[in-house]
Design a protein around this ligand. Structure first.
Ligand code: ADP
Ligand code: MG
Length: 697
């Protein structure tokens, strides 16, 4: 074992053997800065190069390892300034030609190795004048050297992700050196857990994942490293929950009977069992002496608003204020209308805070909120902005939570003193994400739609079938329904987008539906104009609403029964599902028509998935699969990977196991304060920091 004095996982790579400042620069492009980063730079695959093939027996197309004496080497100039380096090796059974392109310096290196034993790995190509091995990886076997000491041949060889400026062989050598320091990595997983799950110790895992002795050593090594990442994450989540449960919250008095009676009075329909269940969960949380931290998930149209209303009712019944924040003005206005209508009979006042208000109106609303006369505040992020303060904020709700950052959520929370927090999401979040990104939240799920809903029927049509589609829309309007038509996405500019929407609305009104009432809604309209259009649509004064994606989230006009999405292939799955969620909100059969002529395989798949299923969770899983977790975790923006080894899709089961184990450990040592957990605690904090940085975008 080499001397380790002075080395740790934090040691910068440039101080490692075989790496200087220049190579360190190259490695930094791969996000490798320290010994620890290097050890976690894992092979993307392996090649089994253990078995030598007799040269006489090699066949074209095969990838083989051969060993023979180097006979000669030479550079040959060919046209276009290209240099071929050719070498010949002889293993007694035959002679094989090795060839490299444009690496003239190789001749020099190889020349001094004549008569020595060379081991080469590569693909055999058929050439008019015999077989040759193209751009082989090779190593010489110094006299008396142990064949086991070779890195690129005669073993299971790791193949690493590379970047410009470093070749495979060099990378392999650096990793080999790094692995000699694998014992610097602290053992973070308690022995009892390792035993229970059959996970190898860290040092062994690192050695085997880079230079496995046997193929079947790779998987356990990987499993161990994946588990460790998940374990650290879940310990962080658990610590956060523990901390939260020791905050002083507002223990509200929940008189279920009384609250239910009030609900019964104001809600015009019977709640679904799922709604009743999650309301119960929320009320139970609100009665606890520490802040609620709950995520309410429910597919589009599952009826989350009324659940929010029930939570608000409980807060107000305790003389606490409640706030609900929505991502768009349109949605905030709609919530305002809904809540105002619901709460009016109970004499509960609702305040609206959005951009369209005059400064005087805004001032007055703020004042009522500040003095506590306004019990319920509904708004966009205007709620968390300057000058808004609450007299007694006891409950903060964030609707369509995926549209907000963690920081905005925190800002709303900070308007009160440890208020209860409820975040709601209609974008179904795959289990992998609720266990990771939302790991410290308790989760309630509405897994049932209100009665009488018929699944939305989805059709995929080509642009040339548009006329037919319009005929269908007309039929539905004649039956008394309303329609959305979503304009194509235009990335270049807002202005062009608006222009396109205007042209489309004009064309539809003039040429296609002259006898119907066509309306227009886009993001550039003034808030008051937007609200006027939505109001007219809600009131049934508009038959067909041409819109950009501003209606994507939350909008609820139950009489709308068809949505036509132009250029549907340009939208992501999550977005399409949200858009489709605008219809199917009543007992009427609803339709979603995707107009698309997809150019890519992925786009085609998206259309097929939309036609095949209405299940938001399946769609979200597919989305995760097609787009990859990187995009969803926001790593594209930050450039920092959230997990180095784990694949949240493939390793879901292990993620669940890690959560169980982490929580079990925290039961014994709730804040990881025991001395034997010191290293673990430190690692958890470090991991959390990195993870949050990578995921808050
Ligand atoms: P979400 O926010 O979950 O997408 P909403 O809260 O907007 O859904 O509710 C969708 C529609 O269903 C609304 O028109 C709402 O009034 C209606 N709704 C909600 N719950 C029920 C229920 N239990 N029975 C009948 N209709 C309901
Ligand atoms: Mg909603």
């Amino acid at each position: 074992m080499p001397a380790t004095r002075g080395y740790s996982l934090e040691t910068e790579v440039q101080f490692l053997r075989g790496v200087g400042p220049k190579l360190a620069q190259v490695l930094s492009k791969l996000n490798i800065h320290t010994l620890g980063d290097l050890l976690y730079h894992l092979p993307r695959r392996y090649e089994d190069r253990r078995h030598f093939r007799k040269i006489a027996h090699v066949r074209p197309g095969e990838a083989v390892t051969v060993a023979g004496k180097l006979i000669t080497v030479d550079n040959i100039k060919v046209r276009n300034n290209m240099t071929l380096t050719k070498a010949y090796i002889d293993d007694g059974s035959g002679v094989l030609e090795l060839v490299w392109y444009n690496q003239p310096y190789l001749r020099e290196t190889l020349y001094y190795l004549r008569d020595r034993l060379i081991v080469a790995y590569g693909v055999i190509k058929d050439n008019p004048f015999g077989l040759q091995m193209e751009t082989p990886e090779w190593e010489d076997l110094p006299d008396g050297a142990d064949p086991d000491s070779l890195l690129s041949v005669n073993r299971i060889v790791p193949i690493y992700p590379l970047t410009e400026g470093i070749r495979q062989k060099r990378m392999r050598q650096i990793l080999w050196n790094a692995v000699q320091y694998a014992h610097c990595a602290p053992e973070l997983i308690p022995a009892s857990i390792r035993q229970r799950l059959g996970l190898p110790p860290i040092q062994q895992a690192l050695q085997q994942i880079h230079f496995p002795d046997e193929l079947d050593q790779i998987e356990p090594a990987r499993r161990r490293l994946v588990f460790e990442e998940f374990f650290l994450l879940q310990l962080g989540v658990g610590l956060q929950r523990y901390q939260n449960q020791h905050e002083h919250g507002i223990a509200m008095r929940i008189d279920t009977e009384r609250l239910n009676a009030m609900l019964h009075r104001i809600v015009p329909f019977e709640l679904t069992n799922a709604q009743k269940r999650v309301i119960g969960e929320i009320w139970r949380d609100m009665a606890r002496p520490y802040p609620m931290n709950r995520l309410l998930q429910g597919d589009v149209g599952s009826g989350k608003t009324i659940v929010a209303a029930a939570a608000i009712l409980a807060a107000v019944d305790n003389q606490y204020q409640a706030a609900i924040m929505a991502p768009t003005e349109i949605l905030a206005e709609q919530h305002y209308i809904t809540l105002h209508r619901l709460f009016q009979p109970l004499g509960i006042t609702v305040e609206l805070l959005v951009g369209r208000l005059s400064s005087r109106q805004r001032q007055q609303a703020r004042e009522r909120i500040a003095t506590g006369r306004g019990m319920v505040a509904v708004g966009t992020h205007a709620l968390i902005q300057e000058g808004v303060s609450f007299a007694r904020l006891g409950l903060a709700i964030v609707d369509e939570q995926h549209r907000f950052g963690v920081l905005q959520r925190a800002a709303l929370r900070d308007k009160g003193v440890m208020p209860h927090i409820l975040v709601m999401s209609a974008t179904p979040i795959p289990r992998t994400l609720t266990l990771t990104l939302y790991g410290e939240l308790d989760v309630s799920v509405i897994d049932e739609l209100p009665p009488g809903r018929k699944p939305v029927k989805t059709h995929w049509k080509l642009p040339e079938e548009r006329i037919k589609v319009y005929e269908g829309v007309r039929k539905l309007v004649q039956q008394g329904r309303q329609a959305y038509i979503i304009c194509p996405l235009i990335d270049e500019s807002d202005k062009l987008q608006v222009r396109a929407a205007e042209e489309m609305a004009e064309h539809l009104q003039k040429d296609v539906f002259p006898d119907l009432r066509v309306g227009l809604l886009h993001g550039r309209m003034r808030p008051a104009e937007k609200e006027a259009v939505m109001e007219a649509f809600r009131a049934g004064e508009i038959d067909i609403l041409v819109s950009t994606t501003v209606i994507e989230v939350g909008v609820d006009v139950p009489n709308a029964a068809v949505i036509v999405i132009e250029d549907a292939d340009r939208f992501g799955l999550a977005q399409l599902h949200q858009l489709r969620g605008r219809v199917g909100r009543s007992i009427h059969q609803s339709y979603c028509v995707l107009i698309a002529d997809p150019k890519s395989e992925d786009a085609r798949r998206r259309m097929e998935i939309m036609v095949r299923t209405n299940n938001g969770f399946l769609i979200a899983e597919e989305d995760l699969r097609i787009r990859g977790p990187g995009e969803i975790f926001g790593t594209r923006q930050s450039g920092a990977p959230s997990f180095r080894v784990a694949d949240v899709i493939k390793d879901l089961r292990l993620l669940e196991v890690a959560r169980e184990e982490a929580f079990r450990l925290l039961e014994q040592d709730p804040d990881l304060s025991r001395p034997e957990h010191a290293a673990l605690r430190e690692a958890v904090n470090r991991f959390r920091h990195r993870f949050i940085l990578a995921t808050v975008s």
